[in-house]
Design a protein around this ligand. Structure first.
Ligand SMILES: NC(=O)c1ccc[n+]([C@@H]2O[C@H](COP(=O)([O-])OP(=O)(O)OC[C@H]3O[C@@H](n4cnc5c(N)ncnc54)[C@H](OP(=O)(O)O)[C@@H]3O)[C@@H](O)[C@H]2O)c1
Length: 391
């Protein structure tokens, strides 16, 4: 049977690799809907190649131009938030790949889950913001949210060897490469440029996640993601630095046995695992055995990389605090990437937004949307008022 797939965020790093994997898997996989932000040229190429039934851009003008240029394609075109939601619940799709960046994926994820869709989830920010709500709505079903993040895919694969009802996890060991500034101290981090931070040693990714990896916020977001995906308490999640990115995460069982997942650092593998689940198929990913390598693991430096603890604080506070953390982080990262604030200002802005945020417990969807927009506004104000401009 043909598996029909919708991809949101198709023009990004994960979206493009998903299309590559679909092409390599052959005719049993078909793209039925594609959605992205504003990259009309690339989406146009993807439409011609994959012939989806629906194409959507959140930028209304870009969507109108795209529709105009592809008038005879037989594809339906949509713009704005409505187009994204339509792609998320596209009736023909058996699987929805959520590969948008940041908060932009949140409402689509909720809509797709409510519609009963199975999700291949890369967009971790949505789960950070809305994990609590999804849990209360009974929508956090492990069989319906298939992780794409390499660490969570690794945990999923390690758990997969156990019958679901007898899983006895002591801890998950979430590995982190440590990013380009592992071992750097605050004085050195003060001088970091966007170009340096955008150069990840092991992974080729979109800009936002690359900066998040450099600040360690990415790992903080992943701790929250793991908490919701696998229904773990925070003391069951330990972050370990593993510079080599060979082990992608581990599960320690109550008997002391640790099961690790290893592979080349290549996102096409976890993407493919989510697409083909419950089957495994051959992949084009380079196979390797780490002959002659000693696997090294270190504790994270929480003092010089305070974003990790900010994420822990957000999930401990609960309610709307993770949305405040995420909104402030998205603004601070964009301001740093644009060269307007220092690398070390990122956690300071987020901390101040969190200090001022009035947490609403048991939030509804509107509450987290509101927390997101308030924290963005406040982060922008703090940057204007206090941080001083680099340029
Ligand atoms: N890249 C990785 O290796 C990796 C690994 C693990 C997890 N993830 C997660 O996967 C997600 C995507 O990461 P990425 O690296 O692929 O990001 P990316 O390369 O920056 O791509 C982001 C995608 O989101 C779309 N987008 C941006 N703003 C949007 C909006 N307002 N509405 C709808 N779509 C919008 C972009 O569209 P346009 O380009 O058309 O504007 C693009 O298709 C993130 O949550 C990230 O944390 C990524």
């Amino acid at each position: 049977m043909v598996k029909k797939i919708a991809i949101l965020g198709s023009t990004g790093s994960i979206g493009r690799q998903t299309l590559e994997v679909i092409e390599s898997l052959g005719e049993q996989y078909k793209v039925v809907a594609l959605a992205a932000g504003r990259n009309e040229n690339l989406l146009g190429d993807q439409i011609r190649r994959f012939k989806p039934e629906l194409a959507a851009l959140s930028d209304e003008n870009a969507a109108a131009r795209l529709a105009d240029k592809n008038r005879n394609s037989g594809c339906t075109f949509m713009g704005g938030a409505k187009g994204q939601l339509c792609a998320a619940v596209w009736p023909e799709a058996d699987l929805v790949v959520m590969a948008q960046v940041g908060f932009s994926g949140f409402e689509s994820l909720v809509a797709a889950l409510k519609e009963g869709k199975t999700i291949a989830l890369a967009n971790k920010e949505s789960l950070v913001i809305g994990g609590d709500i999804l849990k209360r709505l009974g929508l956090l079903d492990r069989e319906r949210i298939l992780p794409v993040d390499s660490e969570h895919s690794a945990i999923w694969q390690c758990l997969g060897m156990e019958p679901a009802n007898s899983v006895k996890i002591a801890r998950v060991l979430l590995t982190a490469s440590g990013g380009p500034f592992f071992g750097w101290k605050e004085e050195e981090l003060e001088q970091v440029t966007p170009e340096q931070a955008l150069h990840h040693p092991n992974w080729q990714m979109g800009n936002k996640i690359t900066i998040d990896s450099a600040t360690m916020m990415n790992k903080g977001l992943e701790v929250i993601e793991a908490r919701w995906l696998f229904d773990l308490s925070l003391d069951q999640i330990e972050v370990v630095i593993h510079r080599q990115s060979i082990v992608h995460s581990m599960v320690e069982y109550i008997d002391g046995s640790i099961i690790a997942q290893m592979s080349t650092a290549d996102m096409r593998l976890p993407i493919q695992h989510a697409l083909t689940y419950p089957e495994r198929k051959k992949s084009r990913v380079e196979k390797f055995i780490p002959f002659g390598k000693t696997l090294n693991f270190y504790r994270p430096d929480r003092k010089n990389f305070p974003c990790l603890d900010l994420a822990y604080r957000a999930i401990i506070s609960g309610g709307t605090m993770p949305a405040a953390l995420n909104g402030a982080n998205e603004v601070a990262v964009a301001e740093f990437t644009g060269g307007r604030i220092k690398f070390t200002a990122i956690p300071k802005v987020i901390k101040q937004v969190m200090d001022e945020h009035e947490v609403k417990q048991d939030p509804g969807i509107d509450d987290v949307i509101n927390a997101d927009s308030c924290s963005r506004r406040r982060a922008a104000e703090i940057i204007d008022e206090q941080m001083g401009r680099m340029i």
